[in-house]
Design a protein. Structure first.
Length: 107
């Protein structure tokens, strides 16, 4: 499987296309991070029975952190998807994080 970079996109398109894609991803990242933060702020008022439905916020927060810190908002970076990684370490870390949140009753 070939991994693309934003520079690869600018080979056939104008060079500013990569900057526009990165800006769009940055805007979507900011909105998603704000939604996750708002959901976590409401966590004391959420019943314990509803927490398993909200556990999808854990991998989302992991993805948003990786997107912000790896390759500067490149959605095509290779290390963004630890749950799809062939090595088991990324999946193990994600499963451990999910298990930790299940034990604590948080999301």
């Amino acid at each position: 499987m070939r991994h693309f970079t934003l520079a690869d996109l600018s080979i056939v398109k104008p060079p500013e296309t990569a900057d526009k894609i990165a800006a769009c991803v940055r805007d979507m990242h900011a909105a998603a991070a704000a939604h996750v933060a708002a959901a976590r702020a409401l966590s004391p008022r959420v019943s314990h029975a509803a927490v398993p439905a909200l556990l999808t916020a854990v991998p989302l927060a992991t993805y948003l952190d990786l997107l912000a810190h790896r390759d500067r908002f490149n959605p095509f970076a290779s290390g963004l998807y630890p749950w799809r990684d062939r090595r088991s370490y990324g999946r193990l870390v994600l499963q451990g994080s999910l298990f930790w949140h299940v034990l604590r009753g948080t999301y």
